[in-house]
Write a protein that binds this ligand. Structure first.
Ligand code: NAP
Length: 277
C-alpha cells in the first residue's frame, strides 16, 4: 500500500538522502520540503507524479498549515512525518549568544513540536502514523561546548518519550533517531561557532575553532543513516522507540547511562527519604 511521507529539511544531509531514497520507491508519495525551492531540483530526476515539493521553514506556522493541507488534499492523508530540520551551535554555556540559542530552540524544538501538533489530528483520524524525530547522540550524552545544542536534543527526547506514551493506543508510533557525527552540512554551515574568549575556557578553543576544518570527516554516512531510518519505519515491527546510530551514540550513551544508573542507585535510600513517611 502506498504511504505518504513528509520530510523537513531535505535540502541537504540526512533529509536529502532520505528524500532521494523515498523518491525512488514506487509505493511512496513524498512531500519534500526546504527553505529554498531550488534546493529541491535534485528530485526532478525521480518525479513520476508522486512527489510534491514545497517551501517550509519550520518556524513559519503559515507554511506548516499549508504543507499539512497539501498532504491532505493531494495525497489524502499522511503516514510518516520525519522531523529532520535542525541546526547546531558550538560555544561554552557562559559564552553562548542568547539570540543564537533561542533561534536553535525555535528550529530544533518548537519547529519540530509545531509540525507534530499539525499532523497529529490527521494521524489520529487515520488511527495510524509514524513520527520520526531527529534527536542526536548528543540528546543522550553531552560534551563541553555542546551544552545548548544538547539541551535542544534532550528536549526532543523528553517531548518524544511523553508523546510515545500519549499516542501508543491511537495507532501512532514515535521513533527518536540519535545519530553520531555524520558527514552533512551540520557541523559546517549549519552551525554557528563562538570560539571561547574567556581565558578560563581556553582548553575548549581548539575544539570550537577546529570544527569547520574537521567537518566532512565525521564517521557517520548519511546515506546509510537514511537507509536505516527507512528500514526501521517500513520493515520493523514494532517500530523502535529509540534508534541510536553510530559507535558514539551506542558506546557513548551506554557509558553515560551506566554511570548515571550507578549514581542513582547509590542514592536510592536518600532519594526515597524525600517522600512523606
Ligand atoms: N550530522 C550530524 O552529525 C548529526 C548528528 C546527530 C543529529 N543530527 C541532526 O540531524 C538533523 C539533520 O541535520 P543534518 O546533519 O542532515 O545537517 P544539514 O545537512 O545541515 O541539514 C539540516 C537541514 O535542516 C534545514 N533547516 C535548518 N533550519 C531550518 C528551518 N528553520 N526550517 C526548515 N529547515 C531548516 C536545512 O535547510 P537549509 O539548507 O535551508 O539550511 C537542512 O535542510 C538535524 O536535526 C541535526 O541536528 C545531525
Amino acid at each position: 500500500m502506498t504511504k505518504t511521507w513528509l520530510v523537513t529539511g531535505t535540502s541537504s544531509g540526512f533529509g536529502r538522502e532520505l528524500a532521494t531514497l523515498l523518491a525512488q520507491q514506487t509505493d511512496v508519495n513524498l512531500i519534500a520540503t526546504a527553505r529554498k525551492m531550488s534546493d529541491l531540483d535534485y528530485l526532478d530526476n525521480f518525479d513520476h507524479g508522486q512527489i510534491a515539493k514545497a517551501l517550509l521553514d519550520v518556524t513559519n506556522v503559515d507554511q506548516i498549515a499549508t504543507i499539512v493541507n497539501l498532504a491532505q488534499d493531494r495525497f489524502g492523508g499522511l503516514d510518516v512525518l520525519v522531523n529532520n530540520a535542525g541546526l547546531g551551535y558550538f560555544a561554552t554555556i557562559e559564552e553562548s549568544d542568547d539570540a543564537a540559542v533561542r533561534h536553535m530552540f525555535d528550529v530544533n524544538v518548537f519547529g519540530l513540536a509545531a509540525m507534530t501538533k499539525a499532523v497529529l489530528p490527521i494521524m489520529r483520524r487515520q488511527k495510524s502514523g509514524t513520527i520520526v524525530n531527529l534527536s542526536s547522540a548528543l540528546g543522550l550524552v553531552t560534551l563541553p561546548t555542546m551544552g545548548y545544542y544538547s539541551a535542544t536534543k534532550f528536549a526532543v527526547e523528553g517531548y518524544s518519550e511523553a508523546l510515545q506514551q500519549e499516542v501508543a493506543d491511537l495507532g501512532i508510533d514515535v521513533m527518536i533517531v540519535e545519530p553520531s557525527g555524520a558527514r552533512t552540512n551540520w557541523a559546517g554551515k549549519s552551525s554557528q561557532k563562538d570560539v571561547p574568549t574567556i581565558a578560563d575556557y581556553a582548553q575548549f578553543k581548539d575544539q570550537v575553532a577546529g570544527t569547520n576544518a574537521s567537518a566532512g570527516s565525521e564517521p557517520g554516512d548519511p546515506e546509510v543513516i537514511a537507509q536505516l531510518i527507512f528500514e526501521q519505519v517500513t520493515a520493523v515491527t514494532p517500530t523502535p522507540k529509540h534508534l541510536p546510530l553510530g559507535h558514539f551514540a551506542s558506546a557513548g550513551s551506554q557509558a553515560h547511562l551506566t554511570t548515571l544508573l550507578a549514581e542513582i542507585k547509590a542514592l536510592s535510600s536518600l532519594s526515597d527519604s524525600a517522600d512523606h513517611a
